[in-house]
Write a protein that binds this ligand. Sequence first.
Ligand SMILES: NC(=O)c1ccc[n+]([C@@H]2O[C@H](COP(=O)([O-])OP(=O)(O)OC[C@H]3O[C@@H](n4cnc5c(N)ncnc54)[C@H](O)[C@@H]3O)[C@@H](O)[C@H]2O)c1
Length: 394
Amino acid sequence: MQRLAWGLIGGGQGSQIGPLHRIAAAVDGRFVLAAGALDADPERGRDFAISLGIDEDRAYGNWREMLERESARQDRVDLVTVATPNALHCEITTAFLDAGFHVLCEKPMTMDLAEADAVVDAAARSEALCAVNYGYTGYPLVRQMRAMVRKGDLGAVRVIVAEFAHGFHADAAEADNPRIRWRYDPALAGQSAVFSDAGIHALHMACFVAGQNPVRLSADLVTAVAGRELEDDAAITLRLEDGATCRLWTSAVAVGRVHGLTLQVFGEKGGMRWEQERPNQLHWTPLNGRTQVIERGDPDLYPEAEQASRITIGHAEGLPAAFANLYRDLAEVIQARRDGREPSPGTLDLIPGVIDGHVSVAAVEAAVESARGGGRWVDVARPHHNAVGVQGRT
Ligand SMILES: NC(=O)c1ccc[n+]([C@@H]2O[C@H](COP(=O)([O-])OP(=O)(O)OC[C@H]3O[C@@H](n4cnc5c(N)ncnc54)[C@H](O)[C@@H]3O)[C@@H](O)[C@H]2O)c1
């Protein structure tokens, strides 16, 4: 099979998320890192790109140069990942979509709803795919939960409790540390801090598993560390489109929590619980029955989960493998388009897309408005296009 050419923007040396993308894209051998504009500093970016094996003439000093020169090539990159800080996502993603490149954009897709509308419009104009890196959906047991809901194992979903709470910004003495301070500065972070950064992962996972998007919400945003302008803790109740309620807690001051992304889903016929720190076990309790532990790699998982599982049962499997599932799905869809065939069934549906990106940004905007109004219920804006690019549940 021919390898696909992959381009990366951001994710330079020392970045947090860059190494994960590079590992994930390489795992299945379907992408080769062919081009990049990896750093805010052009020299550093070029040097690092060359050290990773990118040819000198495709180690770009900035993303505009990459756009121009890749657009002119016959063998241009098949997929561009945008892993820069948030404020650049909209401009870069729309520019590459408009030039016909498939894009995987980091979350949050944009800084605000107006920008999210602009990306949705660009995806609607373009033939290209627009995916958003809600990479936690690549965990096999998250896909198992989604399949269980779809197969009706839970009956109607009634209540979801979604959490993404950590304690890394709890120390008031560290509030002025520049690596932390910018996250609570509206000029750099936008209108929300912890919900926009962490909480939207929990929200997206709830929507992905339940197959429902939020229609309205009530939010309580709290600034626990004095002097911060944006929230470091939030409790949000959301009503989803098919009637489920999602109660979401996200925090950056939850001392003792590390990477506390967890999801509990309660339906008419049973309940289930999954924690990202223990990703290989899913607790499932049928109504009036005993709690069972479903292991990643068990022989009777649904196909979506079985196909996402890469290592034999009992061995650790984690975030790089989850992200790799997203890259594998993208490779399948891009290759299918090249071959003029349909992608393998269900693949497109598993990829978080531009609608999912929009849903999250719209929820952030609604939460800020709700909190300012003392928690009043606010509608979550819907995108005005429904069937675009790689789409989520609309
Ligand atoms: N999906 C996830 O689970 C997840 C996890 C962490 C971060 N993220 C997202 O990834 C993005 C990057 O986060 P990070 O923690 O890696 O940030 P970071 O600050 O660690 O790294 C950002 C990188 O982007 C580069 N950069 C900045 N401006 C650039 C430009 N104009 N052109 C090219 N490169 C540029 C920087 O030089 C740096 O290498 C953010 O949007 C963040 O929300 C997602």
